[in-house]
Design a binder for this molecule. Sequence first.
Ligand code: 5GP
Ligand code: MG
Length: 194
Amino acid sequence: MRHSPQHYSKPAKKLNAVAEIQIHDKVFVSFISKEKINARLAELAAQINADYAGKNPIVIGILNGSFIFAADIFRLLTIEAEISFIKLASYKGTSSTGNVVTAIGLEETLKGRHVIIVEDIIDTGKTLHSFLPELHNRQAASVKIATFLSKPEALKYEVKADYCAFEIENKFVVGYGLDYDGLGRNIPELYVLK
Ligand code: 5GP
Ligand code: MG
């Protein structure tokens, strides 16, 4: 059988206690707990709240992977702020395809706005590297990057995260919005390839 869905069908509470899960053909082990994620997000949100007070930033989440992180961090903002989403890249398998495609356009006017790009993970940096010039063309007042994860060893393009929840080693991870061939995004915490 291709799928091994029994770990999903359990309630979230039990899922948190599972040390190993299988998705498609691969086994993943527990990596960063929901407690650690929550604690780190509170720290990042406090920074963003302090940095953007009175600036009404527009948070732009990069779909699909960032939707959980974007929702969680946005909920922790106590300042005036807007949110929007854009789809840029499709990513298949366990290595970066390098193909960046704009699938959903950005409707908001960014001229003079303070933009916070929200990504799930900066791997090679190619995705953001190819999107940032577009933001500058739109004359944003400022552009900062918030990413849930970054893999410093994998970085090939010059991209610097202003807010990064966790720097991780160069291993494939799933959960908390990140998928392996479509599955795993709904796992509440982060798992790493065994
Ligand atoms: P980059 O353009 O920085 O090389 O890659 C960014 C995209 O690759 C991320 O938005 C994500 O979709 C995908 N990606 C990179 N590393 C991982 C990983 O370890 N796990 C998952 N699920 N996706 C990854
Ligand atoms: Mg992505």
